[in-house]
Ligand binder design. Structure first.
Ligand code: ADP
Ligand code: MG
Length: 602
């Protein structure tokens, strides 16, 4: 039942412009289709949506006597009372979309809510809600909304829009993110008469195949599923061999709603940043499911942002899921051999057009719809797994370790990068532990109120002391570097790097971290570290650990005994991101047993 919202609810609804451009119309109409239980949504655009936007669904439709009501401001079937705003499980909730569209365009609604094949239509001329004209046609259960000549009566608003292509691209991005957030729903887009997008309405992998091609779909890795107090995380991320120069292929969906949430998107980026080259971004779909009462969707007029009660916990889970998934799966030589170069902007040619299947379903009462959203599974077939336990077979060219798995797969592992990964993670852990110990020591002293903080630093950092140099190394920095370094001296000591100001922007490096290889070229090592430690960025500590690990790791060209090789592989297996070096380059290549069988025709 569609009914007007009480005044106190209207007053609590995030105010602002709901309809900014064709893409916002598309978004609102898709929301309505999904809320009506549609399994198929067909979108048609004419001139980027400026001339025409039509969205047809196979949902449960609108009863004829409610059509006019649906187009009034603040009328909805989804929210009744103030309390409902605290647990919204539908995509729409304000009862404003149809009215807002009718105010700026000609709106035509045709809907059938039963199986008798009868549909009722209503047409509202732009900005004139009294103009409603009813008509009757034939249609299977579902709704078709047609929006014509957006902003034509408001030239000032129309002037704010970009060109036809730019608006079409924005609308396409919206449709693509909904298709990825709802792989079980069939989405079709016809753009200026051309079939541009068609998803099968099955699994996430098949949806990705339809949108980006089979190669990309094959390279998908399952994200999670993981659960914490903040909610559940699942989805997919394409392996590192497929990355793009923009963030456009990252979709974050919370309870089926594609959103931008700064903290969660930053967490996703923090998860992949160390594993991809600079400027590259993955193709990633993160489905987060949270209890509706831990989520405030009523904060943004376009519904593109949400507030989360346990945002920090969910962010951590997302970051860890992205990092461990992307960092654990070795590049597959099989896939490389099979694939042509993947292009992320590629659309597979749609196979065939099918009309929405007729269906009969009625709107569920609000209470029953609560929490009905659940994240879809990625796939039906097996995924490449985390780097497995490896048995060393020998060394190739004093560079690569040959190793096998229990299943007869062959791995090539870059010895330098593998050691880098092991050392890097040990350094990061060491830094975290020492920082904690230091914090505890300071805390204890403050509690006792006895000694000074300097004593505390002596106590706690003393244990972490690096290897004292016989002769301190003099390092000259720029004034900015010197200023940055000065602020980090005690933190650097936790890593064993002891620097002492020596006037101006000159420092004395007195001790170096105790890592293998540090003693070989102490002067160059000390300089590099001091410069890395003075880097003016948030990631400086990771970069310092990377630089340390790189300096200390076994080189290529170094002969290793079989037991040394085995030790390296065993240590690597225990790291968090065993397939990628700290600089973000691949370190292992996998040849599956099946690949040999195929290639040799066994
Ligand atoms: P809201 O989605 O916030 O409720 P809208 O203005 O988008 O507000 O829609 C008003 C009402 O019209 C909805 O609550 C719903 O009952 C009905 N409605 C709109 N679109 C559809 C659709 N595609 N299928 C079924 N019902 C719809
Ligand atoms: Mg709506």
């Amino acid at each position: 039942m569609i009914a007007p919202l009480p005044r106190e609810v209207v007053e609590r609804i995030a105010a602002g412009e709901v309809i900014e451009r064709p893409a916002s119309v598309v978004r609102e109409l898709i929301d309505n289709a999904l809320d009506a239980g549609a399994t198929s949504v067909r979108i048609e655009l004419g001139e980027g949506g400026l001339r025409l936007i039509r969205v047809a669904d196979d949902g449960w439709g609108i009863a004829p006597e409610q059509l006019a009501l649906a187009c009034q401001p603040h009328t909805t079937s989804k929210v009744r009372a103030l309390a409902d705003l605290d647990g919204i499980a539908t995509l729409g909730f304000r009862g404003e979309a149809l009215a807002s569209i009718a105010a700026v365009a000609t709106l035509e609604l045709v809907s059938a809510s039963g199986d008798d094949g009868l549909a009722t239509g209503i047409t509202l001329a732009a900005g004139d809600p009294t103009s409603a004209a009813l008509s009757h046609t034939a249609r299977a259960c579902g709704t078709t909304v047609t929006v014509r000549d957006l902003f034509q009566t408001i030239p000032a608003r129309r002037a704010l829009l970009r060109g036809v292509r730019a608006e079409a691209t924005r609308a396409l991005a919206v449709i693509r993110s909904y298709a990825l957030a709802h792989p079980a729903i069939r989405f079709t887009l016809v753009d200026d008469g051309r079939l541009t997008l068609r998803t099968p309405g099955t699994t996430l992998r098949e949806t990705v195949a339809a949108l980006f091609g089979a190669d990309v779909a094959r390279a998908l890795l399952a994200l999670g599923p993981l659960r914490d107090e903040g909610g559940a995380v699942s989805g997919a991320i394409a392996a590192r061999s497929i990355s793009v120069p923009t963030r456009e292929q990252i979709v974050l969906a919370i309870n089926g709603r594609p959103v931008t949430n700064r903290a969660l998107l930053a967490a996703i980026e923090a998860g992949y940043r160390p594993l991809l080259r600079k400027g590259r971004h993955p193709l990633l779909i993160a489905h987060c499911t949270v209890a509706p009462d831990l989520l405030d969707v009523n904060v943004h007029p376009g519904k593109a942002e949400v507030l989360l009660r346990h945002e920090a916990a969910l962010a951590r889970t997302l970051r860890d899921a992205v990092y461990s998934t992307l960092g654990s799966v070795a590049q597959s030589a099989d896939a490389l051999a099979q694939s042509t170069r993947p292009t992320a902007a590629h659309f597979a040619p749609p196979i065939q057009l099918r009309l929405p299947a007729p269906r009969s379903r009625r709107g569920l009462p609000i209470a029953e719809r609560r929490g009905r959203y659940s994240a879809p599974p990625l796939t039906d077939d097996a995924l490449p797994s985390k780097l497995p336990a490896l048995v060393a077979l020998g060394q190739f060219d004093e560079t690569l370790l040959l190793a096998r798995t229990a299943h007869g797969d062959l791995y090539l592992v870059d010895q330098h990068r593998a050691h880098e990964r092991i050392l890097y993670e040990a350094l990061v852990r060491q830094r975290a532990t020492l920082a904690q110990t230091a914090a505890r020591a300071v805390g204890a002293l403050v509690d006792r109120d006895a000694t000074t903080v300097e004593d505390a630093e002596d106590d706690s950092y003393g244990g972490a002391a690096g290897q004292m140099l016989l002769e301190p190394v003099l390092v000259e920095l720029t004034p900015l570097q010197a200023q940055v370094l000065l602020a980090r001296l005690s933190e650097l000591a936790t890593l064993g790097l002891e620097c002492q100001p020596f006037g101006g922007s000159v420092f004395l490096v007195r001790a170096l971290p105790q890592v293998p290889g540090a003693a070989q070229q102490p002067t160059a090592f000390a300089r590099d570290l001091a410069v890395a430690a003075a880097e003016d960025s948030d990631d400086w500590a990771e970069h310092l650990c990377t630089s340390l690990a790189c300096r200390s790791a076994i080189r290529r060209g170094q002969v290793l005994s079989l037991s040394e090789q085995q030790q390296l592989l065993t240590d690597l297996h225990q790291t968090d991101a065993p397939a990628v070096c700290p600089h973000g380059s691949p370190l292992a290549l996998r040849y599956s047993h099946a690949f040999f069988a195929r290639s040799f025709e066994w």
